[in-house]
Ligand binder design. Sequence first.
Ligand code: DQA
Length: 142
Amino acid sequence: NIVFVLNGPNLNLLGTREPEIYGSATLDDIAAMLEDRGRELGLDIDVRQSNHEGHLIDWMHEAQAVGARAILINPGAYTHTSIALLDAAKSITTPVIEVHLSDPHTREEFRHISYIGMAAVQTVKGLGPNSYLVALDAAAQL
Ligand code: DQA
Protein backbone atom coordinates (compact mmCIF):
# COMPACT_ATOMS: atom_id res chain seq x y z
CA ASN A 1 0.00 0.00 0.00
CA ILE A 2 2.52 2.53 -1.19
CA VAL A 3 2.16 6.08 -2.45
CA PHE A 4 4.95 7.59 -4.53
CA VAL A 5 5.55 11.31 -3.94
CA LEU A 6 7.61 12.60 -6.86
CA ASN A 7 9.16 16.05 -6.90
CA GLY A 8 10.72 17.75 -9.88
CA PRO A 9 13.37 20.37 -10.50
CA ASN A 10 14.47 22.87 -7.86
CA LEU A 11 12.28 21.36 -5.17
CA ASN A 12 15.45 20.08 -3.47
CA LEU A 13 16.01 23.76 -2.60
CA LEU A 14 12.71 24.20 -0.77
CA GLY A 15 13.24 26.16 2.43
CA THR A 16 15.63 28.63 0.83
CA ARG A 17 14.16 28.86 -2.66
CA GLU A 18 11.97 31.98 -3.07
CA PRO A 19 10.53 31.55 0.45
CA GLU A 20 8.04 34.36 -0.16
CA ILE A 21 6.40 32.06 -2.72
CA TYR A 22 7.20 28.56 -1.49
CA GLY A 23 7.51 29.04 2.29
CA SER A 24 10.21 27.91 4.67
CA ALA A 25 9.50 24.18 4.91
CA THR A 26 12.13 21.94 3.35
CA LEU A 27 11.35 18.86 1.29
CA ASP A 28 12.54 16.77 4.27
CA ASP A 29 9.99 18.60 6.46
CA ILE A 30 7.26 17.81 3.93
CA ALA A 31 8.40 14.17 3.72
CA ALA A 32 8.20 13.87 7.53
CA MET A 33 4.68 15.36 7.52
CA LEU A 34 3.60 12.93 4.82
CA GLU A 35 5.10 9.94 6.63
CA ASP A 36 3.20 10.88 9.81
CA ARG A 37 -0.09 11.21 7.95
CA GLY A 38 0.69 8.06 5.99
CA ARG A 39 1.04 6.11 9.24
CA GLU A 40 -2.42 7.31 10.30
CA LEU A 41 -3.85 6.33 6.94
CA GLY A 42 -2.02 3.00 6.73
CA LEU A 43 -0.04 4.08 3.67
CA ASP A 44 3.69 3.77 3.02
CA ILE A 45 5.16 6.92 1.53
CA ASP A 46 8.12 7.01 -0.85
CA VAL A 47 9.27 10.62 -1.37
CA ARG A 48 11.73 11.28 -4.21
CA GLN A 49 13.14 14.34 -5.96
CA SER A 50 15.00 14.80 -9.20
CA ASN A 51 16.06 17.69 -11.36
CA HIS A 52 15.91 15.38 -14.40
CA GLU A 53 12.74 14.85 -16.38
CA GLY A 54 13.59 11.26 -17.34
CA HIS A 55 13.99 10.20 -13.71
CA LEU A 56 10.45 11.36 -13.00
CA ILE A 57 9.20 9.34 -15.96
CA ASP A 58 11.12 6.22 -14.88
CA TRP A 59 9.65 6.57 -11.38
CA MET A 60 6.11 6.84 -12.76
CA HIS A 61 6.68 3.59 -14.64
CA GLU A 62 8.10 2.03 -11.46
CA ALA A 63 5.01 3.10 -9.49
CA GLN A 64 2.89 1.16 -11.96
CA ALA A 65 5.25 -1.85 -11.88
CA VAL A 66 5.14 -2.13 -8.07
CA GLY A 67 1.38 -1.55 -7.94
CA ALA A 68 1.51 1.75 -6.08
CA ARG A 69 -1.86 3.03 -4.93
CA ALA A 70 -1.23 6.52 -6.30
CA ILE A 71 1.40 8.95 -7.48
CA LEU A 72 1.52 12.43 -5.99
CA ILE A 73 3.63 14.55 -8.30
CA ASN A 74 4.86 18.11 -8.13
CA PRO A 75 6.69 18.32 -11.46
CA GLY A 76 7.95 21.89 -10.80
CA ALA A 77 8.39 23.77 -14.06
CA TYR A 78 8.02 20.52 -16.05
CA THR A 79 4.33 20.93 -15.24
CA HIS A 80 4.20 23.64 -17.88
CA THR A 81 6.48 22.13 -20.51
CA SER A 82 6.49 18.36 -20.42
CA ILE A 83 4.32 16.41 -22.83
CA ALA A 84 6.54 13.44 -21.92
CA LEU A 85 5.30 13.55 -18.31
CA LEU A 86 1.72 13.82 -19.56
CA ASP A 87 2.28 10.80 -21.79
CA ALA A 88 3.81 8.88 -18.87
CA ALA A 89 0.71 9.60 -16.77
CA LYS A 90 -1.47 8.38 -19.65
CA SER A 91 0.68 5.28 -20.12
CA ILE A 92 0.01 3.88 -16.65
CA THR A 93 -3.13 3.01 -14.74
CA THR A 94 -1.78 4.26 -11.40
CA PRO A 95 -3.81 7.36 -10.48
CA VAL A 96 -1.81 10.58 -10.62
CA ILE A 97 -2.54 13.53 -8.32
CA GLU A 98 -0.90 16.84 -9.27
CA VAL A 99 0.45 18.93 -6.39
CA HIS A 100 1.74 22.52 -6.21
CA LEU A 101 2.77 24.61 -3.24
CA SER A 102 1.81 27.85 -4.99
CA ASP A 103 -1.17 28.44 -7.22
CA PRO A 104 0.34 28.62 -10.71
CA HIS A 105 -2.88 30.14 -12.08
CA THR A 106 -2.37 33.34 -10.08
CA ARG A 107 1.22 33.69 -11.33
CA GLU A 108 2.89 34.33 -14.69
CA GLU A 109 0.96 33.42 -17.83
CA PHE A 110 3.50 30.71 -18.73
CA ARG A 111 2.51 28.81 -15.59
CA HIS A 112 -1.16 28.69 -16.54
CA ILE A 113 -0.94 25.55 -18.65
CA SER A 114 -0.41 22.20 -16.94
CA TYR A 115 0.22 19.22 -19.19
CA ILE A 116 0.24 16.64 -16.40
CA GLY A 117 -3.01 18.14 -15.12
CA MET A 118 -4.73 16.83 -18.26
CA ALA A 119 -4.17 13.28 -17.00
CA ALA A 120 -4.39 13.87 -13.24
CA VAL A 121 -7.40 12.64 -11.27
CA GLN A 122 -7.04 15.72 -9.10
CA THR A 123 -4.93 18.86 -8.70
CA VAL A 124 -4.18 20.34 -5.27
CA LYS A 125 -2.48 23.76 -5.31
CA GLY A 126 -1.94 26.95 -3.40
CA LEU A 127 -1.91 25.50 0.12
CA GLY A 128 1.85 25.40 0.64
CA PRO A 129 3.02 22.10 2.20
CA ASN A 130 -0.61 21.32 3.05
CA SER A 131 -1.21 20.76 -0.67
CA TYR A 132 0.72 17.51 -0.25
CA LEU A 133 -1.36 16.50 2.80
CA VAL A 134 -4.65 17.15 1.05
CA ALA A 135 -3.39 15.19 -1.94
CA LEU A 136 -2.42 12.28 0.34
CA ASP A 137 -5.87 12.31 1.92
CA ALA A 138 -7.30 12.18 -1.61
CA ALA A 139 -5.03 9.24 -2.45
CA ALA A 140 -6.35 7.41 0.60
CA GLN A 141 -9.89 7.79 -0.79
CA LEU A 142 -9.04 6.23 -4.16
C1 DQA B 1 5.46 24.68 -8.43
C2 DQA B 1 4.92 25.73 -9.40
C3 DQA B 1 5.70 25.73 -10.70
O1 DQA B 1 5.20 26.73 -11.56
C4 DQA B 1 7.17 26.02 -10.43
O2 DQA B 1 7.90 25.93 -11.63
C5 DQA B 1 7.75 25.14 -9.39
C6 DQA B 1 6.96 24.86 -8.19
C7 DQA B 1 4.77 24.74 -7.05
O3 DQA B 1 4.88 23.78 -6.30
O4 DQA B 1 4.14 25.76 -6.72
O5 DQA B 1 8.89 24.72 -9.48
O6 DQA B 1 5.23 23.40 -8.98
